[in-house]
Design a binder for this molecule. Structure first.
Ligand SMILES: *Cc1c(COP(=O)(O)O)cnc(C)c1O
Length: 395
């Protein structure tokens, strides 16, 4: 019989349970709080609000629905413009389309890989000249690294345009002593299965505007008027988080700091082993910020490295290791090809450079030391093999 050896799959970022999730889930079952809403939802909201230091949080079914609610609260509608980071997951921008509004994409800058203040400034200047300012700016904190939010906020304040901070990937990250996700009028987090903590699916909308978040709760529960007979005066949504999933979230939040420490340690291991390879440059961490290092990301200059992102991805894939290119910028997505885009400078599009040379490595907090060594080994092997071939051709 043919022998097949199965290599254990090493995932990019898989759920990492703490073991205490059952306690909260069992409580929900014992008290029959199986419906959406209930004590776990209330407690999870309060615990997240306390953790990041805002007055209020609303637990919802996804990070995407949290962004949608934020746009609704800011009255973004048909024909409005919304500025949005280009280098991100599509969910940052889809809710703009749900509202019939038009996204305008803003490039990254090299120090955080996030929204370029100088590109944002150019976009604002033009919009102002045209008398068509955006209704909101969606700023993304990629892979756990905060954007240059201070510079961005100064520009937005100058034009009186509110910020929605898409902190789906950056829960627990810190910018100048303050929690990521708390800088805009609204912040959003995601608890999707691949994020730093998870409820399998879920999200959170946070703000210091209590009244607005009360309205978010109303909109997220079918916009039901205060009447016993199910009366509705406007369209609503079914966006709340279930009481069972909120229980998972409560147990996950208890170990968030451990998860951040673990992901940062994984980044450090990769950095120590790989950063001296020619052409390998790791995603920077801005001074006075602490990234949660959700994913370890780096760029590879293929001329210096003698190998490319594609080649490394192929090798890792053959070894049953899940790695990914950096997000494809939204202004390059077929669905958004007609939308405007402001690059970092006239002749440099940073997000395109990062997309063409960027790689995300397995970063789950449940990776073993052996897993990490396996990934490092195969990357080094790819570089050595390529170098040998290049030397052979040279002589
Ligand atoms: C995951 C993610 C979202 C969406 O969160 P979901 O909970 O999956 O809807 C939005 N923005 C960014 C940057 C993300 O990574």
């Amino acid at each position: 019989m043919e022998q097949t050896t199965y290599k254990k799959r090493i995932y990019l970022s898989s759920p990492h349970m703490s073991g205490k999730e059952h306690k909260y889930i069992n409580e929900a079952f014992e008290t029959n709080w199986i419906a959406p809403l209930g004590p776990n939802v209330d407690a999870f909201e309060k615990e997240i609000a306390d953790y990041v230091g805002v007055s209020e949080a609303v637990a919802v079914s996804s990070g995407t629905s949290a962004i949608h609610l934020a746009l609704l609260l800011l009255n973004v509608g048909k024909g409005d413009k919304v500025f949005c980071s280009s280098l991100t997951f599509i969910a940052s921008a889809n809710p703009i389309i749900y509202q019939g509004a038009e996204p305008v994409f803003i490039d990254s800058e090299p120090e955080t890989w996030n929204m370029s203040p100088q590109a944002l400034e150019r976009a604002f200047k033009e919009a102002f000249k045209e008398g068509n300012l955006p209704k909101a700016v969606i700023v993304v904190n990629l892979y756990g690294q905060s954007a240059k939010i201070e510079e961005i906020a100064i520009i937005c304040n100058q034009y009186g345009v509110p910020i929605i901070e898409d902190a789906a990937e950056s829960l627990g990250a810190v910018y100048k002593g303050k929690a990521s996700g708390t800088f805009g009028e609204y912040g959003i987090f995601s608890f999707n299965g691949n994020k730093i903590i998870t409820t399998s699916g879920g999200g959170m909308l946070v703000s210091n505007n209590r009244e607005a978040l009360q309205r978010a709760r109303f909109l997220a529960t079918q916009a039901r008027d205060a009447a016993p007979h199910y009366q509705h005066s406007r369209v609503g949504y079914n966006y709340r988080l279930s009481n069972i999933l909120a229980g998972v979230g409560r147990a996950q939040l208890e170990v968030l700091d451990d998860r951040i420490a673990a992901r940062r340690a994984i980044f450090q291991r990769y950095f120590d082993e790989l950063s001296s390879l020619p052409g390998f440059t790791f995603m920077p961490e801005l001074t006075d910020t602490l990234s949660n290092r959700w994913l370890t990301a780096l760029t590879i200059n293929q001329y210096e490295a003698g190998t490319s992102v594609t080649e490394i991805l192929n090798t890792l894939n053959e070894e049953n290791i899940e790695a990914r290119p950096v997000w494809k910028p939204l202004h390059l997505q077929p669905i958004f090809e007609d939308m405007s885009y402001y690059s970092h400078s006239e002749d440099e599009s940073v997000s395109e450079i990062l997309f063409n040379s960027g790689l995300c490595l397995p970063s789950g907090s449940n990776m073993t030391e052996e897993d990490i060594e396996t990934v490092i080994h195969h990357i080094k092997q790819t570089v050595i093999k390529r170098k040998d071939r290049a030397d052979m051709f040279r002589t």
